[in-house]
Write a protein that binds this ligand. Structure first.
Ligand SMILES: Nc1nc2c(ncn2[C@@H]2O[C@H](COP(=O)(O)OP(=O)(O)OP(=O)(O)O)[C@@H](O)[C@H]2O)c(=O)[nH]1
Ligand SMILES: [Mg+2]
Length: 465
């Protein structure tokens, strides 16, 4: 099947490769501060479920636009063949090497996306480039990819664009999220009526794929949180030094939960196609703190008041929940062993198991069990971390290669999503918590699916922000 193809053209270093990278969610594309990074035209195809959907071609920048325009203006052959004739004429001429290379995909029928940096003024060379593109008579759209915030020449660019293009759009490859990528595809529809139906199909495929990824991410989060909440380890007490055993168990417990989280993060990262680069979380991200650190427990999860209200929902454990809430940070903070011992039986439970023979193994003596974590705040902490990670991944455009100047979240107090949950949502969480950590004999049938629905709703809200 023939799929729509667009060549991304422009001056060197305007952000063409970055635009292609963001639009195709492909982080292998080279983006560089140094002009002239891209030297050959290369097509990047978006595939969904193994099927080719749309193609964007990254190209080198114009080098000699004025000389090229002079030739285009003087051309008196069939206007439909102007690009092919240009390439035929100059393909052996090093002077026009880049121009021939960038015109290649246009000659083959690709639509044109012209990229400019709206933070610099319009120059004569740009006008020449625009005029060349107009003379190709191909469907074409101009996009303004403002590289810096300081200066804004957008209105000058728009003024010139109106004379040369069928559509104009602002598209910042360093900030564009899913919604903006879809809007960009929507605008492409308007540059040529013939492409409307096929681009509508592309948009539909993009949206379905996004929903599918969200569903998979949500299911993975639910499963991981369930596993973390129900996890416990046991150890037979062999020595008299219980503290040592407790410390060892605590280490194992934490390592296991952290590993579950790490695997979940990896899955989310892969779903959103951040493959090649080690994803550096922004400097300010709360996720840079350890899951079991004091900061994490202070900055994420519910407020004391919300926790107290939750205690009423799960019942029976109000006391424990209130205790932990009153303690400021809860005894879910395991980093200091003293903390756990102080928290006492909430985490550890000793079990006397009668000596007996099971399948040739001798069991006996006292056992010490750590987990499942009985503190509901743990659920909210895990949820917040999963949602924050998700939000970093989906809001990180593939064409963005540095993360230094992202805005910092300076609001004080809790920084997660869970404090914003409605009381109905908190009830869903509480029921899920009860169902998975083994405290409830009668499990509510819908507890798990309701929770999964809640996670999915959250993902939908976060990705449409
Ligand atoms: N801040 C910011 N920087 C951008 C943006 N787009 C591109 N850049 C930066 O601008 C530089 C050039 O980006 P590229 O995508 O390599 O530009 P190009 O047009 O492909 O350049 P050539 O291949 O050399 O023609 C890189 O350092 C990018 O990180 C943007 O939207 N915002
Ligand atoms: Mg490039």
């Amino acid at each position: 099947m023939i799929i729509p193809e667009f060549a991304v053209l422009g001056h060197p270093n305007e952000g063409k490769s970055s635009v292609v990278s963001t639009l195709t969610e492909d982080d292998r594309i080279k983006v560089s501060r140094i002009p002239g990074e891209t030297t050959v035209s290369k097509a990047y195809t978006v595939k969904i479920d193994g099927e080719d959907i749309i193609r964007f071609v990254d190209t080198p920048g114009f080098q000699v636009p004025r000389q090229t325009l002079a030739w285009f203006r003087a051309f008196d052959g069939d206007p439909d063949l102007i690009v092919e004739r240009f390439i035929d004429t100059f393909k052996q001429d090093p002077f026009f090497a880049d121009e021939c290379e960038l015109m290649g995909p246009v000659a083959k029928g690709a639509g044109i996306i012209y990229v400019v940096d709206g933070s610099r003024p319009v120059r004569d060379d740009d006008l020449a480039e625009m005029e060349i593109l107009r003379l190709t008579s191909r469907p074409r759209m101009a996009i303004i990819n403002s590289k810096t915030d300081g200066k804004d020449y957008t209105s000058d660019w728009k003024f010139e664009f109106r004379k040369h293009f069928n559509a104009i759009r602002m598209f910042n490859s360093n900030t564009a999220n899913f919604t903006e990528r879809i809007k960009m595809l929507e605008s492409l529809k308007s540059i040529d009526q013939e492409w409307e139906p096929v681009l509508s199909r592309v948009i539909l495929a993009f949206k379905k794929d996004w929903q599918k990824r969200n569903r998979l991410a949500g299911a993975c989060m639910t499963r991981t949180i369930e596993q973390s909440l129900s996890f416990f380890i046991c150890e037979t007490i062999t020595s008299t030094d219980q503290d040592q055993i407790k410390e060892k168990l605590n280490e194992k417990y934490q390592a296991h939960i952290k590993d579950l989280e790490k695997q979940m993060f990896k899955k989310i990262r892969t779903l959103f196609k951040h493959n090649l680069f080690e994803v550096h979380l922004p400097e300010y991200s709360i996720l840079r703190h350890d899951l079991f650190s004091k900061q994490t427990w202070e900055l994420l999860g519910l407020t004391k008041e919300q926790l107290a209200a939750t205690g009423a929902i799960i019942g029976g454990t109000v006391g424990a929940v209130l205790d932990t809430a009153a303690a400021g940070i809860t005894f879910g903070v395991f980093t200091a062993i003293g903390g756990i011992l102080g928290a006492g039986s909430a985490l550890f439970s000793g079990r006397k198991i009668a000596a007996k023979k099971t399948a040739g193994m001798r069991l006996g003596g006292d056992k010490l069990q750590l987990g499942p974590n009985k503190n509901i705040q743990f659920l909210y902490i895990l949820m917040d971390r999963a949602l924050i990670y998700y939000s970093h991944m989906i809001n990180r455009p593939h064409g963005r290669r540095d993360l230094t100047d992202l805005p910092q979240n300076t609001k004080s107090g809790k920084k997660g999503f869970s404090t914003g949950f409605t009381s109905r949502q908190r009830t869903v969480c509480a029921k899920f918590f009860k169902a998975v950590n083994g405290r409830s004999l009668i499990k509510e049938k819908t507890a798990l699916s309701d929770f999964e629905d809640l996670v999915e709703t959250m993902l939908k809200n976060i990705s449409s922000q």
